[in-house]
Design a protein around this ligand. Structure first.
Ligand code: MN
Length: 495
């Protein structure tokens, strides 16, 4: 029997750390549900809220918070880490190696008070001294760590070096067989997947990765590439994963839509062109015998699985059931009724409604538990060759309705200017993108607007069969997110 390779997904933790990819609690829940359908073995849900203050106190508090968060969970793991490279210990932590060792032991012991499943990572292991790394890891295992994760935090190592490091550590550390070996690789030199797989060949049995390779800077090892490499090259790898690969494309689309990070067309596995054959010779070959140019089947990773789930005649119950299956919880019956009314409108316009449409439908609706502060009431846009585009926008802010008519460079610019004249958000727009949710000209357009105000970055999503309306919704959705943060931070200032 081949070994089980544990797939540890960190889209919700490391992925969320990419600039601009912050997610709301509800968005995280929907991604978590999809990761569950994908059968990821471990889902890293996020950092406990850290606070300023004394290093050791914060650390203990963070571990206690993480531990408390697991209460009631079916199975829970606490992941604790401390930097072990000379540069991190000296320059960042300002601690001696002995102090780091002592702190690591304390952290693991504290985490063990909450769960028997404790993961320990020496941060920046790729640039740490092997001798110290051995001492540190041995001590962490003795203190109760059951998974040892070796991160290449800065994406610096080469595959053969990283594989050799895992091998050396496993051979030199006397109690190494008491823990599962894991790796966490970053993609700064494009080596994250190669480094992870090299580690697997040298005994690692857990890989930390993210959907679409999302993550800090150049990102993490991408889950879909790791999983499909191991599956496609069974002849090379001594292990298999339990991932339901047919859920990969749906996961990719969901993460892309929620974060507003598009997937490049030539991205392996999940890029739009990953299974497209353009040249005549290739097309001819594939038609005669698929395996001439295809090493994987598109349907095995979930392409072409845009399943028709609902249509014009679907009732409220079918709608509600499908939302539940997708992990979407609208909270109140009133919210379900509102969403159902919008679903009916959409079904009237485009006939067939896919899962992706349902995700988009709720993405631009749900902002905060307390509801939307700004709501789009009406939009009128005039755009004609040779004329200056104009927009008239009516929106509700709190209890008041406002209306503004203005001009702009283009219809979208005019729309956004009108909204801004009413809201005065002072936010800077750092991204505007339009994508088709499903194929076909009757598909909904999905717009992402990323706003930055004083360093706080939020993503707004809007979907509609009319991209001008989708754009206005996306902008307002982002404004609502900014507004809601403000309320939470400073409730007495809320308008
Ligand atoms: Mn990382």
């Amino acid at each position: 029997m081949p070994d089980h390779l544990i797939i540890f997904d960190t889209t919700l933790r490391d992925g969320e750390q990419s600039p601009g990819a912050s997610m709301t609690r509800e968005e995280k829940m929907r991604i978590a549900k999809q990761l569950e359908r994908l059968k990821a073995d471990v889902i890293e849900a996020g950092f406990p809220a850290s606070s300023n203050g004394d290093f050791e106190a914060v650390r203990a508090k963070d571990i206690r918070r993480a531990g408390d968060a697991l209460k009631g969970a079916h199975s829970g793991r606490v992941h604790t880490f401390i930097a072990s490279s000379p540069i991190h210990m000296q320059m960042k932590l300002r601690m001696t190696p002995d102090q780091v060792l002592e702190q690591a032991i304390k952290s693991v012991r504290l985490a063990r008070e909450y769960t028997e499943d404790v993961e320990f990572s020496p941060e920046d292991a790729g640039r740490s001294e092997p001798d110290f790394l051995c001492r540190l890891v041995e001590a962490a295992i003795n203190a109760g760590a059951t998974t040892i994760n070796i991160p290449d935090t800065v994406g610096y190592t080469m595959p053969w070096q990283f594989g050799a490091l895992i091998k050396t550590l496993r051979e030199r550390i006397p109690n190494s067989d008491k823990a599962v070996w894991s790796v966490h690789c970053h993609n700064d030199l494009g080596m994250a997947v190669a480094n992870s797989l090299s580690a697997v060949m040298n005994g690692a049995r857990q890989v930390e990765c993210t959907i679409n390779g999302l993550g800090e800077r150049a990102g993490n090892a991408s889950l879909e590439e790791i999983v499909m490499a191991v599956k496609t090259r069974k002849d090379v790898f001594p292990c298999t994963t339990r991932i339901d690969t047919t859920q990969i494309v749906a996961a990719s689309k969901l993460v892309s839509s929620i974060t507003g990070f598009p997937v490049q067309p030539n991205k392996a596995i999940v890029g739009a062109n990953a299974f497209a054959h353009e040249s005549g010779i290739h097309q001819d070959g594939v038609l005669k015998h698929r395996e001439t140019y295809e090493i994987m089947r598109a349907e095995d990773v979930g392409w072409g699985a845009n399943k028709l789930v609902l249509g014009k005649l679907s009732g409220r119950n079918a709608f509600k059931t499908r939302l539940a299956e997708l992990g979407i919880d609208l909270g109140t019956e009133e919210a379900v009724n509102h969403a159902f009314a919008r679903f009916k409108e959409l079904a009237d316009k485009k006939g067939e409604v896919f899962d992706e449409d349902l995700h988009a439908l709720v993405s631009d609706e749900q902002v905060t538990p307390e509801g939307e502060h700004y709501k789009l009431v009406a939009l009128k846009v005039v755009s004609e060759t040779g004329e200056v585009p104009q927009a008239e926008v009516t929106l509700v802010a709190g209890d008041n309705e406002h209306s503004v008519h203005t001009r702009g460079d283009g219809p979208i610019d005019a729309t956004f200017r009108a909204i801004e004249q009413m809201v005065h958000s002072r936010a800077k727009m750092i991204l505007y993108s339009v994508n088709a949710i499903t194929t076909g000209t009757d598909a909904q357009g999905e717009v992402t607007v990323r706003l930055d105000r004083d360093g706080r970055i939020v993503n707004g999503l809007g979907a509609d069969t009319d991209i001008l309306v989708a754009s206005a919704k996306a902008y307002i959705n982002a404004l609502n997110k900014l507004h809601s943060k403000q309320e939470r931070l400073n409730p007495q200032l809320a308008a």
